[in-house]
Design a protein around this ligand. Structure first.
Ligand code: SF4
Length: 63
């Protein structure tokens, strides 16, 4: 599964990294979410989809 963050949409709320800490983490300097799992790892992380659905700004794009 390919997942990316639309950085301009991310409001650094931290929700995705709370829901799926193995897939997302806040960037140290500004809290913008980054994807920390590779494509294969994401395939076995259903919480990544849950985080995408929960993102308040729909900044998580599953391709
Ligand atoms: S849930 Fe969405 S807005 Fe919040 S940190 Fe994650 S990507 Fe950014």
């Amino acid at each position: 599964m390919k997942v990316r963050i639309e950085e301009e949409l991310c409001i650094s709320c931290g929700l995705c990294s709370q829901i799926c800490p193995d897939a997302f983490a806040p960037r140290e300097d500004d809290g913008i979410a980054v994807v920390i799992a590779n494509e294969r790892e994401l395939d076995s992380l259903p919480c990544a989809e849950e985080a995408a659905e929960s993102c308040p700004t729909e900044a998580i794009i599953i391709e």
